[in-house]
Design a binder for this molecule. Structure first.
Ligand code: ASP
Length: 332
């Protein structure tokens, strides 16, 4: 508690009332759905600044007759293939043992879902996730099983640890200090949501996870309902940040359910963030807690919200593709 108190104090939030009112952020203060804005499709929204390139590719797919599903897959593949992006695909940070393992999930408007986790040596986990969805009766394949499946499906095996990241990892092993810090500089996971011209929703989420994670660790990104959820009749949500927090609150599912119950996309993201803070802010590491959510409703309403400042999202709508700073919860 002392850590949390110091943190809140630093932020100017340490009043006794704040610290002792468990229901402070109860949803009753929010008037349901008052701030909905219905943009016209096609709409593409994705996490972080790398979302600009991903959105551009998704828009290209949509403009050439592709579906929402094709658009989300193609969009995030751009980021997976970028060696200079250190949190997705090739060039991603390895785990503590120097191995790069990837997590990804994909979902369409009919509720079909596919995912892979702890996948090594395949540059495009999102496409393997789509194959899991389309070619198997399962939702998720993990580790060596996912790798074998990918190879059977014709994917090429490739070393994902670039010389630059290997050098950084070796340097890190000199101390091997593991800090649960989600790293903005490296722009984190890409989650991308699309509403296409036929009002079909789809979503994709792909990541190399937290840098220097414990070998075997899997985050929220491949967990349907945590890092990604799509309900074609309601909306879609995706997440970035400290995956354990989205996994423990099933945040993307929660956001879609809040939209189902009449909340705007923005309100839904805010409630889901406050749910995390209400439940977990006593944690000694809570000052490092960052989660960013994006939401897109079937009606074209969008939402974006994070715990801490710094979360950015890219929005392509009405012929423009721009980067925005998301609103956030902890205001100093
Ligand atoms: N959510 C990802 C994970 O926990 C990390 C990230 O978004 O940076 O694996």
């Amino acid at each position: 508690m002392a850590t949390r108190r110091n943190f809140l104090h630093k932020l100017g939030l340490a009043s006794a009332a704040l610290l002792s009112t468990p229901n402070l952020f109860a949803n009753k203060a929010i008037q349901k759905g008052k701030n909905k804005i219905n943009h016209s499709p096609p709409i593409v929204i994705s996490t972080w600044s790398h979302g600009i390139e991903a959105n551009a590719e998704a828009v290209r797919v949509l403009n050439t007759g592709g579906s929402a599903l094709g658009a989300v897959e193609s969009g995030v593949r751009v980021v997976e293939a970028d060696e200079n992006n250190h949190s997705v695909g090739i060039g991603g940070y390895p785990d503590a043992s120097g191995r790069v393992s990837l997590d990804a999930s994909i979902m369409d408007h009919q509720g079909n879902a596919g995912a892979v986790c702890y996948l090594e040596d395949i540059i495009h986990p999102i496409s393997v996730a789509r194959k899991v969805m389309e070619e198997t009766p399962h939702v998720m394949l993990a580790g060596n099983g996912a790798l074998d499946f990918a190879l059977q499906q014709g994917f090429n095996r490739q070393n994902l640890l670039t010389p630059k990241m290997e050098k950084e990892w070796k340097k890190w092993t000199e101390t091997s200090e593991y800090k649960p810090v989600v790293n903005f500089e490296n722009h984190d996971t890409i989650g991308l949501l699309v509403l296409d011209n036929e009002n079909r929703l789809a979503g994709a989420c792909t990541t190399s996870g937290m840098m220097y994670k414990l070998p075997g660790r899997v985050g929220d990104s491949p967990i349907i309902g945590a890092g990604l959820f799509v309900d074609g009749e309601v909306g879609a949500a995706t997440a970035t940040g400290m995956g354990e927090l989205m996994m423990k609150t099933l945040g993307s599912f929660l956001i879609v359910e809040l939209m189902r119950n009449g909340h705007s996309a923005q309100e839904s993201c805010e409630i889901a963030i406050k749910r995390i803070w209400n439940r977990y802010s006593d944690d000694q590491n809570s000052k490092f807690f960052q989660v960013g959510y994006l939401a897109l409703s079937k009606d074209g309403d969008i939402g974006a919200y994070s715990i801490l400042p710094g979360f950015q999202y890219a929005l392509a709508v009405n012929g423009e593709n721009k980067l925005f700073d998301a609103d956030f919860f902890i205001k100093g």
